[in-house]
Design a protein around this ligand. Structure first.
Ligand code: NAD
Length: 440
C-alpha cells in the first residue's frame, strides 16, 4: 500500500523503515529540512542498531522516500501515520500542539478519503478529536477515518522490537478500518489486538505506567535491602521466578528516564485527575523515581563529606545503553548537582557525549568518548548508563587508571563476588558495599 508517516523521530523513522521493509511504499515527512536532507543521503538522524542498513536497502528499492513538503508526501497516500512528539507540559499533561499541527497539515493537503493512524502516545479522546478536527477542515467535504496504533518499541532495540514485538494494538471506530490496518501489519507476523479507540489509547499508558511501577517497586526494595544488608539481585531473582511476577523490569538502579516513562506516567496522573480520580499509586511511583535519580549523590556525600575539587568520572550519559537519547536521563540531573557541589567532572559516553555538551554546556566539564580519559586521575567514578564497554571493564582498570578506585555503580553492572576480589571500593544499589582494607 502507499503510506505516509508524519514525523521522523525515533518512532516515525523506525516505523517508516519497517513498513517499507515489509513491502509498502512509504514517504516520511518531517518539518525539519536538515533531518530530511540527511535522511535522503541515507544517513539516519538517530542512533538505532540495524536501522541504517535497513533504511538504505529500502531507499535503493524505491520503497522509502523522504520529504519536508507535506503536499508531496501526502499525495496519493492511502494511510497516513502521525508519529510526532507529545512532550510533557509544565503541569505534567501531554502537549498536543504537534499533533494538532500534523492534523491541520493533513486537512490542508488530502484530496480523498484516507485513514489517519496515530502512533504517538496521546491521552484518551485525542484520536476522536483529531478525526473531528481534520474532517471539519478538509476541502470539498473529504472525510477521514481514524485509528489508534500505539507504539511499544524501546529505544536501543527499536528495529528488533518492531519486527519481534509482543503485540500490535489497533483501535478503530469501524470494521473496515481495522481490517485495513490488520492487512498492513500482517507481514510482521506479530499477534494483533483489535479494539475500540479509547481502550487502545489506554493500553499504551497503562503498559508504561505498569512497567514504571515495577521499576520503582524494586528500587524501593533495593533501598530497604541497603539498610538491612540484603542483596536486591538475589531478592529479584527469587521474586522473578514466580511466573505471576516475572523476571523483567526487576533490576534495581538509579531510576527510569527517557522520552516515555517520565512523561507518560505524569500524563496518566493528569488524565485520571481530570476525571476526578487521584492516581495515588502512580504518584508514588513518580516520587520514588525522582528520589532514586539523586540517590548516588547521597551515597557520595556519605562517603566524602565534601565533593569540592574532587575529580568525578561520570560513566554513561544516555538514559540507557544503545541509544543517543538523553531525554530525562538521570545524567542530566546528576551532573548539574555534582557541579554545584564543586566537583570537577569528566563525562563519558560512547555515543551521546557531544549531545550532552550541547544540553549541559561546557562549564568546565570534560566530555569524552574515551573511558580512559574520563577515568584517568579520578577520585571516584559514578556509573549512570550500563553501556557494554563499561560492564565489560575489569576491576583492575579502575585501580590502574584512577587516583583512588572508588566506584558508585548506579546500574549494578558488576558481580559482587568479582568486586569483592578486587581493590575497588564499590557501592551499588541495594547490595552490600565492598570496602577493601587497602584503601583508607
Ligand atoms: P521525536 O521528538 O524524536 O520526533 C518527532 C518528529 O516529528 C521530529 O523530527 C519533528 O521535527 C517532527 N514533527 C513535528 N511536527 C511535525 C509536523 N507537523 N509535520 C512533520 N513532522 C513533524 O519523537 P519520538 O521519540 O519519535 O516520539 C513520537 C511519539 O511516539 C511520542 O508521542 C512518544 O511518546 C511516542 N513513543 C515514543 C517512543 C520512544 O521510544 N521514543 C516509544 C513509544 C512511543
Amino acid at each position: 500500500m502507499k503510506l505516509a508517516v508524519i514525523g521522523t523521530g525515533y518512532v516515525g523513522l523506525v516505523t517508516g523503515v519497517a513498513l517499507s521493509e515489509i513491502g509498502h511504499t512509504v514517504t516520511c515527512i518531517d518539518v525539519d529540512p536538515v533531518k530530511i536532507e540527511k535522511l535522503r543521503n541515507g544517513v539516519p538522524t538517530i542512533y538505532e542498531p540495524g536501522l541504517e542498513e535497513l533504511m538504505r536497502r529500502n531507499m535503493d528499492a524505491g520503497r522509502l522516500l523522504f520529504t519536508s513538503r507535506h503536499r508531496e508526501g501526502l499525495s496519493g497516500a492511502e494511510v497516513i501515520y502521525i508519529a510526532v512528539g507529545t512532550p510533557q507540559r509544565l503541569d505534567g499533561s501531554a502537549n498536543l500542539d504537534y499533533i494538532r499541527r500534523a492534523a491541520s497539515d493533513i486537512a490542508d493537503h488530502i484530496e480523498r478519503h484516507v485513514i489517519v493512524v496515530i502512533k504517538s502516545t496521546v491521552p484518551v479522546g485525542t484520536n476522536r478529536r483529531v478525526r473531528a478536527l481534520i474532517n471539519s477542515r478538509t476541502k470539498g467535504g473529504v472525510q477521514v477515518d481514524i485509528a489508534s496504533n500505539p507504539e511499544f518499541l524501546r529505544e536501543g532495540s527499536a528495529v528488533s522490537d518492531t519486527f519481534r514485538g509482543d503485540r500490535i494494538v489497533i483501535g478503530t471506530e469501524n470494521r473496515e478500518t481495522a481490517d485495513t490496518l490488520e492487512k498492513i501489519n500482517r507481514p510482521f507476523g506479530i499477534p494483533i489486538i483489535k479494539t475500540d479507540i479509547a481502550s487502545s489509547e489506554m493500553i499504551k499508558y497503562a503498559s508504561n505506567a505498569f512497567l514504571a511501577t515495577k521499576i520503582s517497586f524494586i528500587n524501593e526494595i533495593a533501598n530497604i535491602c541497603d539498610r538491612l544488608g540484603a542483596n536486591v539481585e538475589e531478592v529479584a531473582k527469587g521474586m522473578g521466578m514466580d511466573h505471576r511476577i516475572g523476571p523483567d523490569f526487576l533490576r534495581a538502579g538509579i531510576g527510569y528516564g527517557g522520552s516515555c516513562f517520565p512523561k507518560d506516567t505524569s500524563a496518566l496522573v493528569q488524565i485520571a485527575g481530570n476525571h476526578h480520580h487521584e492516581f495515588n499509586l502512580l504518584q508514588s511511583v513518580i516520587e520514588v523515581n525522582n528520589h532514586q535519580q539523586i540517590l548516588l549523590i547521597e551515597k557520595l556525600l556519605a562517603r566524602f563529606t565534601s565533593l569540592e575539587g574532587k575529580k568525578i568520572a561520570v560513566l554513561g550519559l544516555a538514559f540507557k545503553p544503545h541509544t543517543d537519547d538523553l531525554r530525562e536521563s538521570p545524567a542530566l540531573v546528576l551532573i548539574p548537582k555534582l557541579a554545584a557541589l564543586g566537583a570537577d567532572i569528566a563525562a563519558y559516553d560512547p555515543i551521546a557525549a557531544d549531545q550532552a555538551r550541547k544540553l549541559l554546556g561546557d562549564n568546565g566539564i570534560l566530555y569524552t568518548h574515551q573511558l580512559r580519559d574520563a577515568l584517568s586521575g579520578a577520585d571516584c567514578a559514578v556509573i549512570v548508563t550500563d553501556w557494554p564497554d563499561i560492564k565489560k571493564m575489569e576491576a583492575a582498570t579502575y585501580t590502574r587508571l584512577m587516583k583512588r578506585a572508588i566506584v558508585f555503580d548506579g546500574r549494578n553492572c558488576y558481580r559482587l563476588d568479582a568486586m569483592r576480589k578486587s581493590n575497588v571500593e564499590y557501592y551499588s544499589i541495594g547490595r552490600p558495599a565492598h570496602i577493601p582494607e587497602l584503601i583508607s
